[in-house]
Structures are given as structure tokens and as C-alpha cells.
Write a protein that binds this ligand. Structure first.
Ligand SMILES: [Fe+2]
Length: 231
């Protein structure tokens, strides 16, 4: 048995150096406080109350320049647990740039900000539940627990709309990424099949010839084959 200063007893099999380091980082050392709801809600881009505009799903369509990185198409279909298309859903996307850097004050990693890339977009699903984004493939970035903890390349997606009592947030991964099996967030999902449902697949049909590879990421809202969401 291993005992840390905050008197939590941890079984021996969990007392690897990486685990002890993570526990020191994440276990609260001060009394919990009530966080204003506006701060909780701010874990995604804040667009205000304006209507979704044409082009909001195109993260490359700036008049002043083109961001660095590999241009990709991300698209898919949102369905409910019965396989019925979820139309009119608001999907918001946020992501790191090609260097693995977020446009966020909390990202203090020594990587370049891309002046032509905000890393945010949004769209509404169509009548058949389909959605599309044009963006940059994000870079991986380190997760501070230990040396080998890196986030796999990923997109953050939130969904809200009819039939949902609250916004759902999930992440899309890229096939073949060697970091997925080590990702400190993905590996918290115990069900291997559920983890696989976060991985998009290459889709040559939707690719733009000579310009952009496409990835398909279908999202299922609930049921046995539900896409994992964050709680
Ligand atoms: Fe992220």
C-alpha cells in the first residue's frame, strides 16, 4: 500500500511513477468552490447568439491568408440511437493548429500561433443529418502528466439541438495515429470498441483531388453504439 501526503491509499499496482505524478497534479489540495456556470460553459468557442452563417464550417476561408498545415475535409452523419438522421443539430468544432497550439490564453506551450487560423468553426446538420468542415489537420500536443503522455491528433466537437437535454461534447481521432493507444484521455475509456468509435476513417470519395484528404466521422447519439461523450 502506498500513501500520499493527502492520505489517499492507493493499491500497489497503481503506484507507477506516472500515476503518482498524475495524482499529485490532479488531486485537489484546497476546498472545492462553486464555479460560476458561465465559466463551465466556456469550454467551447463562444459565438454569441447570432445565426450560423454560410462559411462558418470552413476554417480556411479567410480573406487575409491561408493557414499552415495539411488541409482536410471532415464530414459525417449524426443519427439518434435508432439510426434516424438528427437534422438541425448545431455542431461546434475547436482544435489546435498544425503545430499543436490552441489560440487560448491557457496554452502557454512554446509553439507558434498561426495568424490565419482560429481553430474554431460551426455548422448545422442537414435534413439527412450530414455535416461538413474544411480545416487543418491538428498537431499532437503534450499532456503534462509525464514524458510519454501526448494527446493524439484530435478535433473537439460539441453537439446541441432538438432531443438533447444538454450539449454533448466528443472528440474525433485520426486513423493510424500511434499516439491513440497512449493518449491519457482516450485510454480512460475502458471499452475498446467505444474507443474505436472515436476514430474517423479515410474517405476518398469526399476528398478534394490534389488538395485535401477527407475523413468521415459519424456520430451516434445514444444507444449501444453511441459515440463516447465527455461528462
Ligand atoms: Fe484538445
Amino acid at each position: 500500500m502506498y500513501t500520499e501526503p493527502w492520505n489517499i491509499h492507493i493499491a500497489d499496482e497503481f503506484t507507477t511513477p506516472a500515476f503518482r505524478h498524475a495524482a499529485k497534479v490532479w488531486v485537489p489540495k484546497k476546498p472545492l468552490v462553486i464555479v460560476p456556470s458561465r465559466m463551465i460553459d466556456a469550454s467551447a468557442p463562444v459565438y454569441g447568439y447570432g445565426e450560423v452563417q454560410e462559411g462558418d464550417n470552413d476554417l480556411l476561408s479567410r480573406p487575409d491568408g491561408v493557414p499552415m498545415g495539411e488541409q482536410i475535409i471532415v464530414h459525417g452523419r449524426v443519427t439518434d440511437s435508432w439510426g434516424r438522421p438528427a437534422s438541425g443539430m448545431l455542431i461546434e468544432l475547436w482544435q489546435a493548429n498544425a503545430a499543436g497550439k490552441y489560440v487560448h490564453a491557457h496554452d502557454r506551450t512554446p509553439k507558434p500561433i498561426d495568424p490565419y487560423f482560429t481553430g474554431t468553426g460551426r455548422t448545422l446538420t442537414g435534413a439527412d443529418g450530414e455535416y461538413t468542415f474544411r480545416t487543418i489537420k491538428p498537431g499532437a500536443y503534450p499532456w503534462t502528466q509525464h514524458r510519454e503522455a501526448w494527446r493524439a491528433q484530435h478535433l473537439h466537437l460539441s453537439l446541441s439541438g432538438r432531443g438533447l437535454s444538454e450539449r454533448l461534447v466528443t472528440q474525433m481521432l485520426f486513423p493510424g495515429d500511434p499516439l491513440i493507444d497512449r493518449d491519457p484521455i482516450v485510454t480512460t475509456i475502458p471499452d475498446e470498441k467505444a474507443r474505436e468509435r472515436l476514430i474517423s476513417r479515410l474517405d476518398w470519395e469526399a476528398a478534394i483531388d490534389q488538395i485535401a484528404i477527407a475523413y468521415r466521422f459519424d456520430i451516434v447519439l445514444g444507444g449501444m453504439n453511441a459515440t463516447p461523450v465527455e461528462h
